[in-house]
Design a binder for this molecule. Structure first.
Ligand code: ADP
Ligand code: MG
Length: 729
């Protein structure tokens, strides 16, 4: 085994970069060649069908059967022209990642041969036998059918010789079984509510659009080292491993040159992304060794999310070509930074107004501050929910750790905007505000544009930060489906916008002027939600105490955090916005608790196995070497001399015994706790048991193993160490 490890390390360190064949044309020439976008639609569809389809997409109208047949036939032709043989409905089940079931186009013709067939019916709707996807009890066996249906707002694409059709996935009874369905509902809801508010400022607005620009962080590890680490392979993170003497303390990785091998990987990935119409733009090293980031130009939220999911599968594939494994786990290595996925989020109108962009005129600023106050009200009122939307067994390692946002959702605004808001809040003239005579206020408002100049005002410790023209929801985990966060955020902001318009209308009918009514409602929201505003250091202990005093949610236990989905307030909000029914919310929580249990259970099994079958035997072997040496010393030397000479051996033998005993005791305890927890039938209680009794032992066992790693002969140690895993050459 030890021999194998050294061979692995040698292979990893001597590996040459895999050269990528770069297309001879610029990206603009091959961008989106694998996407059935409007250009392809125009080329492959009859004129009438093209017009009807684009109209349906723009107006979010359903496809009729005849049109679907035309579209399917054009799409099939386009796919066949690219050598495609199969098609699939591509959807986002409640597990991580995406799901697909491939069918070939082949059908019998009547002459004993086959023809390529793809009908509108197959395009629009399918019935995958999806009984193995988590559903939280929604689909009983007697109605175990699930339907997938084409989401025409996201174009079909070709990947791996397969025509992929983005679809929603719902139960026979209509409940959503995926992420896309509720995301589309939330986006609809914010469109409606946002439009009603935006029309207070511009009656021409027809739609409000939600935008998302994700920044994807990830680690790369050489495949040879990865293969020698069962914990990485089975759980996505290292369950043991002593810190490397050098890791990120010199902060030399962030601005360091990207290693050649990694650069080739990135280039390859970017070319693939561009072919698939994913507008990736930025790449750089991250803070931790072997950690990198990739970000696209932002897009409409639904498409951006499809692109992120597609990217995550592309990354895994392309990494293999370069003899890497990509780690999307939020915390693959202890002691160094974890990975997140910042969700840059904003709203805009179809008339081109960016709603989080402070304007140049007081009127524009009033609109800006209106939307801002509604976001603030939403983040305040639903701060537990927003935390629940990003919580998972894997992200738990990152949140609350001393490098990532704490497990408290607060909002950063920056000093200039904070000043403007404070002066608004403190302005006692209140509801009866006479706008015309308030030149001062207008003046203050017109100062907001300066914010754009001073964009250095950034606070990396905030989980939800205003960054000049958008909000960055930074607490999202690197492996997560962004939809979870985007559903919660868009839905709760939609509700607040709805309420805003309702309250303004009430004031208008009572005779207030437009500006008076808006200003009064803005101030009311800013006052009510100021507790969520925090510009200080989110990592500090004082903030934890202060946040609790302010009544913000400080819960850190993931199974309990999930409860936020089922409070009356949240159930009501999702009902009002038409995003989730109570049945759906309950079912989803069952899935969340179950996933939580499974993840911890797998980690516990893997750690137990590694500790008992890999670590203890090696430690015993090394201890025997020490014992043999001590015995020989004793035979050869007089007692006084022996005691000095064998000091190291004797000390190590004892210390190793202590750690070995602790490991074997703790592993037995962990097994016992699992047995007890597994007997609990209620999933929520079982998840709590896993969190409270099993999870802490993972950490304790690890510390003993890590101590042994420092004692045992390096040649014997069975696993590649951090210093080997973390530095790609
Ligand atoms: P950072 O400085 O945080 O690394 P970047 O300027 O690289 O941020 O942008 C990060 C992401 O934010 C990119 O995906 C970018 O397209 C996106 N982004 C920029 N402006 C907006 C916006 N108005 N709405 C949504 N996303 C945006
Ligand atoms: Mg950012």
């Amino acid at each position: 085994m030890s021999h194998l490890r050294f061979k692995e390390v040698e292979v990893a360190f001597n590996r040459a970069p895999v050269q990528v064949t770069v297309p001879s044309e610029p990206p603009s020439r091959y961008y989106a060649t694998m996407v059935f976008n409007r250009k392809k639609m125009q080329e492959y569809l009859p004129q009438k069908a093209y017009q009807a389809l684009t109209r349906a997409i723009d107006e979010k109208a359903p496809l009729d059967r005849e049109l679907a047949d035309d579209v399917a036939s054009g799409m099939k032709q386009w796919a066949l022209d690219h050598g495609v043989t199969h098609y699939t409905h591509w959807f986002h089940p409640l597990t991580d990642g995406t799901a697909e079931k491939h069918d070939s186009f082949v059908e019998h013709d009547s002459n004993g041969g086959v023809i390529e067939e793809f009908s509108g019916k197959l395009l629009v709707q399918q019935e995958p036998d999806a009984s193995s996807f988590p559903n939280g009890g929604i689909r009983n066996t007697f109605e175990a059918r699930g339907y997938s249906a084409w989401d025409i707002s996201s174009p079909a694409f070709i990947h791996d010789n397969t025509l992929c059709i983005p679809t929603i996935f719902i139960a026979y009874s209509g409940e959503s079984l995926d992420y896309k369905t509720p995301l589309l509902r939330a986006l609809n809801s914010i469109d409606r509510a946002g439009t009603a508010v935006a029309r207070l400022f511009d009656p021409n607005v027809q739609h409000v659009i939600s935008y998302l620009g994700w920044e994807q962080e990830y680690f790369l590890v050489d495949e040879a080292l990865y293969a020698a680490r069962p914990d990485l392979a089975l759980t996505g993170r290292t369950l043991m491993g002593h810190e490397s003497a050098k890791n990120q303390q010199l902060e030399d990785h962030y601005f360091g040159a990207i290693p050649m091998r990694v650069e080739e990987f990135m280039l390859d990935l970017e070319i693939e992304c561009h072919r698939l119409g994913i507008p990736v733009k930025t790449r750089h090293n991250e803070v931790a060794p072997n950690q990198f980031e990739l970000a696209p130009i932002y897009e409409e939220t639904n498409l951006a999310n499809d692109h992120n999911l597609l990217l995550m599968s592309l990354m895994a594939q392309v990494a293999r070509r370069h003899h890497f494994r990509v780690l999307l786990h939020e915390k693959p290595f202890a002691g160094i930074n974890g990975s997140g996925k910042h969700n840059n989020w904003s709203l805009g109108t179809d008339t081109g107004t960016k709603l989080f962009h402070p304007g140049k005129t007081p009127a524009e600023n009033l609109q800006f501050i209106t939307f801002l106050s509604c976001v603030m009200a939403a983040v305040h009122r639903y701060n537990s929910l927003l935390k629940a939307s990003i919580a998972s067994a894997t992200n738990a390692h990152r949140l609350g750790g001393n490098e990532a946002p704490p497990a408290i959702i607060s909002m950063f605004l920056g000093s200039q905007l904070s000043r403007v808001l404070s002066s608004l809040i403190d302005d006692e003239s209140d509801d009866q505000l006479d706008f015309a005579s308030h030149e001062g206020l207008n003046l203050k408002m017109s100062q907001i544009p300066e914010l754009m100049v001073d964009n250095t005002d950034r606070n990396r410790t905030s989980p939800f930060a205003f960054t000049g023209n958008r909000f960055e929801f930074r607490a999202v985990g690197s492996s997560a489906n962004c939809a979870s966060a985007m559903i919660a955020l868009n839905a709760c902001v939609a509700q607040q916008l709805q309420w805003f318009r309702r309250d303004v209308d009430r004031r208008l009918s009572a005779g207030a002027s437009r500006d008076e009514a808006i200003m009064a409602e803005v101030k009311r929201r800013l006052r009510q939600s100021r507790a969520v505003h925090f510009d200080g250091n989110g990592y500090s202990d004082q903030w934890q105490q202060e946040a609790a005093r302010r009544g913000l949610d400080c819960e850190t236990s993931v199974p309990l955090i999930f409860d936020a989905y089922l409070t009356d307030e949240v159930v009501g909000m999702f009902d009002e916005t038409g995003v989730f029914s109570r049945v759906e919310l309950e079912a989803r929580n069952e899935v969340k608790w179950e996933m939580y249990v499974k993840k911890i259970q797998i980690e516990a099994r893997v750690l137990g196995d590694l500790a008992l079958n890999h670590i203890l035997p090696v430690a015993t072997r090394y201890q025997s070497v020490l014992l043999a040496n001590a015995c020989k010393l004793k035979q050869l030397f007089p007692l006084e001399q022996y005691e000095t000479m064998a000091q190291h051996e004797l000390h190590s033998i004892q210390a190793m015994s202590r750690h070995m005993r602790a490991i074997s005791d703790l592993v037995s305890q962990m097994v016992e706790h699992r047995k007890v927890a597994n007997r609990v039938t209620d999933l929520r209680s079982r998840a709590i048991a896993y969190h409270d009794t099993v999870s802490p032992l993972l950490e304790t066992i690890r510390t003993h193993v890590d101590k042994l790693e420092l004692m045992v002969d390096d040649e014997l140690w069975p696993l590649p160490k951090y210093r080997e895993l973390l530095f790609i050459r």
